[in-house]
Design a protein around this ligand. Structure first.
Ligand code: UDP
Ligand code: MG
Length: 314
């Protein structure tokens, strides 16, 4: 029988991990398939680890728990899960049941029709602040303008992948991982199932507006070099305009003489140019810092302990 690995990143999810297990195992038990659920405890500050261990002790044959040494972020947790998954098929799910497990049989059905990946996308953003939805939409528009692959608006990380796809994703060794992009970048035949947004069953989302903004900027910088090109482009246009106005000013001075006036416009032009230069420098700085971090080759996460059948090891 084939094996399905379910990767679940958890950060402060003490209320949800057991709810997640109950809901998901109910579905998985009905499927003609072995499964393992990998909880990755991403340095939670609450009782998540103990809740996971309790579950593991009750169901050691289907649960594994990976405990990080601190909070490394969802990307690190996802990667750890994928790297440790043993399944012929792998799926990634949020612990908060926002990714309905009832879709798993459906996803398998689609996969058997000849797809390599079956993803999910939200068609509505019900229950989300409108301002957040607005910025999210703009983000997808922007990043899709820049990238050669299409990152589908509203696509969740919740997806079912074959072993081959997972191995391809693990081939990408970059430090700044933007999984939404990487999942698409590897290609393969993908089908998206659509569903209405579901609110989390318990606990709080760990994203606030600024966190999301930072995630968006990091995503764009990690995934495209378009902003760098934009800086060059802006430089060319502004230099061209400056050159034309220089000719204009010289001609005017030759014909009409040189009345001393116009310093307010001079100051605004200088400030404008100064601003553009700082912006361009900032963009270069962003890429430089990313390169700096990549060059260091630090791991994306550190595992403190893995709880699994056949020996706990540190
Ligand atoms: N998560 C994580 N590390 C973090 C933040 C979040 O592993 O630093 C997990 C979290 O436990 C959840 C998933 O990532 O399972 C998605 O997070 P959340 O539900 O807060 O995000 P949202 O669904 O609101 O986008
Ligand atoms: Mg969630």
């Amino acid at each position: 029988m084939s094996l399905l690995s379910v990767v679940v990143p958890c950060y402060n999810e003490q209320e949800t991990v057991s709810l997640f297990f109950d809901a998901t195992s109910k579905i998985l038990d009905q499927m003609d398939m072995d499964y393992e659920i990998i909880y990755v405890n991403d340095g939670s500050k609450d009782d998540t680890l103990n809740e996971c261990i309790k579950l593991y002790e009750k169901h050691p044959e289907v649960i594994r728990v990976i405990d990080f040494s601190r909070n490394f972020g969802k990307e690190g947790a996802l990667l750890a899960g994928l790297e440790n998954a043993k399944g012929d098929y792998v799926t990634v799910m949020d612990a908060d049941l926002q990714d309905p497990p009832s879709y798993l049989p459906l996803m398998f059905e689609e996969l058997n029709k000849g797809y390599d990946v079956v993803g999910t996308r939200r068609v509505s953003r019900k229950g989300e602040p409108p301002i957040r939805s607005f910025f999210a939409r703009q983000f997808y528009k922007l990043i899709n303008k820049f990238t050669e692959v299409e990152i589908v608006d509203g696509a969740r990380d919740y997806r079912l992948m074959t072993r081959q796809v997972v191995d391809s994703i693990l081939e990408l060794k970059e430090y700044h991982r933007f999984s939404k992009g990487l999942f698409v970048w590897v290609g393969y035949k993908t089908k998206y199932l659509e569903y209405e947004n579901v609110e989390r069953v318990a606990g709080e989302t760990s994203w606030n507006f600024w966190g999301l903004l930072k995630y968006a900027i990091e995503g764009i910088i990690a995934f495209t070099v378009a902003p760098l090109r934009m800086a060059t482009f802006m430089g060319i246009i502004i230099s061209f305009i400056a050159f034309c106005s220089l000719i204009f000013v010289v001609c005017r001075a030759l014909i009409f003489g040189d009345p001393v006036s116009g310093w307010p416009s001079m100051v605004s032009i200088m400030l404008f140019l100064g601003g553009i230069q700082l912006l361009a420098l900032g963009i270069i700085g962003e890429y430089l810092s990313k390169t700096y971090m990549e060059v260091k080759k630090r791991p994306n996460y550190i595992i403190k302990k893995i709880y699994e059948k056949g020996g706990k090891h540190d």
